[in-house]
Design a protein around this ligand. Structure first.
Ligand SMILES: Cc1cc2nc3c(=O)[nH]c(=O)nc-3n(C[C@H](O)[C@H](O)[C@H](O)COP(=O)(O)OP(=O)(O)OC[C@H]3O[C@@H](n4cnc5c(N)ncnc54)[C@H](O)[C@@H]3O)c2cc1C
Length: 471
């Protein structure tokens, strides 16, 4: 293998591997240094793919459990999850996708250098695994991602007190599980394990579940979770957790200040993820850092010329850079195109769709009602419940709603927030509308097919203008 390339990418997650493919498509020679045995990073190995595979299993069980209602005559009295089979199917999906990335590397003549990369100068990278020094003629792209972040005082033993990395591999359904944190990861695992048969307790420090979502969505999720028997403690915190031979003794300080003791089979710490820069020598080389993240400008250039960074490992210096697979990929494509001399348009972070695949699903894009008001908009709101729709009734998925946030004066669409079945697919329409700077009137005059769940978007748009047709 050569040791000089136009571009060297460190990390083959959804940021790094997509950047590499785009750079190769544009005629650049590319090497990717990746320390894991498989390509794809967090998304493919521990994140999006394994969790959504488990959620599909949970959905399959839900359908089986409701078979009587559907007029399907099978004996479901013993219907339960077969964990070894679930794990086998999930692992097969993951393997297929990682092999797919390997195939794309070969197709685009990208070299995978196996090992851990260390930055040794502008344009040079040392790889321990293959004891090799690589030179980048044009640029190095750091895409080293993130890993689960613990909480002071709670010792993660990876057996009883676990993170999402272990939760995806559990060999048995835990009889009970407490989940610290109700962000996307927390509520997705709550949905999975509750459907699989665990007794689930969520402990969230803030006053509502999924705190980044619109407040109406948070309230709907809490209502739905409580209805199905998931215990939700908001405004509460885990003050102590001790792993024992058979489980975990957890102390929770509830919103009213009272302490509650729980004994659960597992405690899942889902309180967020931190940047991965160990061994990278980012600080040694003088890269500007902020709270451990690599600081970049709007074109993803670090403070050291010739080194860019993308994905979960970066901060743009503004709060809340989204740690999402599609964001890292979009940043990777931007950087590859910039290096190739194109003039890509900077990303608009107000237009990033967010999907949470809990049950019921959440899809959202743009400003929440609160954010719109904070930015000085006089807002107009329209909501429409899925339950009214024929398609929702047929599917037996009648929970939730679509909520539109618009500017009252200009009619500009500012945000769309939905909770309910298929919201993670439906949000694509809202993202396109926002990208095309649609008004609510344009959304109303977009003809929506019948019967579909998407009719709720058109109806919410009608509601924003004063009256939905079907409510
Ligand atoms: C449970 C869970 C569920 C998720 N679900 C979703 C979802 O549904 N949708 C979504 O959009 N996002 C989801 N995410 C987030 C998503 O996985 C991340 O945002 C995304 O993977 C970030 O991509 P990245 O390329 O920045 O980093 P990563 O995917 O973390 O990749 C970084 C890679 O760099 C490698 N690396 C690190 N340091 C070095 C080094 N020094 N040398 C060589 N290699 C190195 C690592 O081994 C890794 O492969 C989920 C995350 C988790 C944990």
């Amino acid at each position: 293998m050569p040791n000089e390339y136009d571009v060297i990418v460190i990390g083959a997650g959804t940021g790094g591997y997509v950047a590499a493919i785009r750079a190769a498509q544009l005629g650049l020679t590319v090497a990717v240094v990746e320390k894991q045995k498989a390509l794809g990073g967090t998304c493919l190995l521990w994140g999006c793919i394994p969790t959504k595979a488990l959620l599909e299993h949970a959905h399959a069980l839900k359908v089986v459990q409701a078979s009587k209602e559907w007029g399907i005559a099978v004996d479901t009295s013993g219907a339960k999850i077969d964990m070894p089979q679930v794990q086998q199917r999930k692992d097969k999906i993951v393997e297929g996708l990682t092999k797919g990335v390997e195939f794309l590397f070969k197709k685009n003549k990208i070299d995978w250098i196996k090992g851990t990369a260390k930055l040794t100068g502008a344009g040079t990278v040392e790889v321990n695994g293959e004891k090799q020094t690589l030179h980048a003629r044009k640029e190095i792209i750091v895409a080293t991602g993130s890993s689960p972040r613990g909480v002071p005082g709670i010792e993660i033993d990876h057996t009883r007190i676990i993170t999402s990395d272990e939760a995806i591999h559990l060999k048995e359904v835990p009889a009970s599980i407490a989940i610290m944190g109700s962000g996307a990861v927390g509520v997705e695992f709550a949905s999975i394990f509750h459907r699989f048969g665990s007794q689930v307790t969520i402990v969230e420090l803030l006053t509502r579940l999924v705190p980044v979502e619109d407040e109406a969505v948070s309230a709907e999720l809490e209502k739905s979770f409580k209805k199905r028997g998931i215990t939700c403690h908001t405004g509460a915190k885990v003050t102590a957790a001790k792993a024992t031979a058979s489980g975990v003794d957890v102390t929770v300080q509830l919103a009213d200040g009272k302490a509650q003791s729980l004994n659960v089979a597992n405690l899942l710490v889902a309180t967020g993820r931190g940047p991965v820069t160990t061994g990278l020598n980012a600080e040694g080389l003088g890269l500007q850092m902020e709270r451990g993240y690599i600081k970049v400008d709007a074109h993803y250039r670090t403070s050291v010329p010739g080194i860019s960074a993308i994905g979960d490992v970066i901060t743009l210096g503004t709060p809340g850079h989204p740690q999402l697979a599609h964001v890292s990929s979009a940043e990777g494509i931007f950087v590859a195109e910039r290096i190739a001399g194109k003039n890509p348009r900077p990303l608009n972070y107000d237009q990033v769709p967010g999907c949470t695949y809990c049950d019921p699903e959440i899809g959202s894009v743009g400003l929440t009602e609160r954010e719109a008001k904070e930015r000085g908009h006089e807002v107009r709101i329209g909501t429409f419940p899925f339950g009214v729709l024929g398609r929702a009734k047929m599917a037996g998925e009648t929970e939730g709603f679509v909520k539109i946030v618009a500017d009252k004066k200009t009619d500009a669409l500012l945000g769309v927030h939905m909770i309910g079945a298929r919201s993670t697919e439906l949000v694509a329409e809202a993202a396109a509308a926002l990208r095309l700077e649609s008004t609510v009137a344009e959304l109303i005059t977009t003809i929506h097919a019948h019967p579909t769940m998407a009719e709720a978007i058109a109806e919410a748009a009608h509601a924003t203008h004063g009256a939905a047709i079907h409510s």
